[in-house]
Design a protein around this ligand. Structure first.
Ligand code: ATP
Length: 375
């Protein structure tokens, strides 16, 4: 791999737990084992995006294009793998990142502030963003009242005016009309001329061929191939032609088989395979295994609670329960430690407040018992 890159993605995987209930979700958060099925949206994807290039991402529905785009732009974390992004990214997906209850104007301010612009800078850009998005009076209406085309136009306009180093465009051009599409293409060409890096996700091979220098074909969670636009689109066209020639049942069987592979994926096996491959390439390097382990896990933010935190949480829960029981039993901690069973037997010296005593009838019984013992 060339060292000069704008984005590097190495052995990136993304696992989704297919929870059926909220309880399963909570159990998983506390690292409690559940029977929830897993799905690996990405099964180890590696590629570099070069500075100043426009890289296209193609692949059939559900192949993982948005997943990898969202990981590169920091919207979602990868499950394992290394991602290095050199510069600010701005993602334009259909309505991604827009807050539906806020107005267009509020969204412009929010997204711009999140990208590090100051309020005076946003004030200067506001009219240009609104003008490019061409949403007229709707700018002061909540985004939830917009059509998908208007949302896409607003998202695109904000993203390009923020002036990021890296622009990720995920299917944003597919919903606009022809006039807006041409405006976007002009803007993208302009970005290219400025030497900016662009990731362009699209189902339209025509758009991909028009705009991209190289193309990565993502196929059911894996990188099938990456290379010159005309070479990759040629292979992809052959694949789609072959796929279309299948019968309905053959298509369904093919997809089920591919999805099953994504369900059965074993991350440990994959790590072992990558380690063996790198070891074969560098037989004298004794640190290959630890380097791969670092690459897989060092830059990962877990969506589950770390094991140490789980242990600490349980410790706090048990300690709280223990001290509550000790308090209720009326024994001292030393006594409970010596006679653990007494934690469930209240102490004889336990004194109830007098009103409570009367109400519970304990007073009478105690007196009766005392009298009997005197006799
Ligand atoms: N939150 C989620 N929970 C479970 N599975 C998910 C989740 N998000 C995505 N997936 C699955 O991951 C796979 C990849 O999805 P992704 O959206 O990245 O595909 P895509 O190539 O962008 O598809 P499309 O071309 O339809 O936009 C799909 O099978 C999808 O069902």
């Amino acid at each position: 791999m060339a060292e000069d890159y704008k984005i590097r993605v190495q052995n990136v995987t993304k696992e989704y737990d297919l929870f059926k209930t909220q309880t399963d979700k909570l159990k998983s958060f506390f690292s409690i084992k559940t029977d929830v099925p897993h799905f690996w949206s990405l099964m180890g994807v590696s590629f570099d995006v070069r500075p100043g290039e426009t890289l296209g991402l193609i692949g059939v529905n559900g192949s993982g294009k948005s997943t990898i785009s969202n990981i590169m732009s920091g919207i979602i974390p990868q499950t394992t793998g290394y991602v290095d992004v050199r510069g600010d990214t701005s993602i334009v997906a259909i309505s991604a990142g827009l807050k539906w209850n806020l107005t267009g104007r509020e969204n412009i301010r929010l997204k711009s502030l999140m990208q590090g612009l100051t309020n005076p800078e946003i004030d200067d850009l506001m009219d240009d963003i609104i003008g490019f998005a061409d949403i007229g009076d709707f700018v002061d209406q909540p985004v939830k009242s917009y059509s998908s085309g208007m949302r896409s136009r607003l998202g695109f306009s904000i993203a390009v005016h923020i002036n990021p180093d890296i622009l990720i465009i995920d299917e944003a051009l597919s919903v606009g009309d022809d006039t807006f599409y041409q405006k976007c293409v002009d803007k993208i060409e302009n970005f290219k001329k400025q030497g900016k890096t662009i990731i362009f996700v699209s189902h339209s091979l025509r758009q991909i061929e028009l705009l991209c220098d190289r193309v990565a074909w993502i196929n059911y969670g894996e990188l099938k191939t990456i290379g010159k636009t005309k070479d990759v689109t040629k292979k992809y066209r052959e694949f789609t032609k072959w796929f279309k020639s299948l019968s309905k049942k053959q298509k369904a069987d093919f997809e089920t088989e591919k999805k099953q592979v994504q369900k059965d994926f074993d991350i440990n096996e994959y790590q072992k395979r990558v380690t063996e491959e790198e070891q074969a390439q560098n037989p004298d390097d004794k640190k290959v295994a630890s380097k791969i382990k670092k690459r897989f896990y060092s830059s990962v933010i877990s969506e589950k609670m770390p094991k140490l935190s789980v242990a600490f949480t349980w410790l706090v829960v048990f300690a709280t329960m223990f001290f509550c029981l000790v308090n209720i039993s009326g024994h001292s901690i030393t006594h409970i430690v010596k006679h653990p069973a007494s934690i469930v037997k209240p102490s004889k010296t336990l004194k109830l407040p007098s009103k409570l005593e009367q109400a519970s009838g304990l007073n009478k019984k105690t007196h009766k018992a005392q009298k009997t013992s005197v006799k």
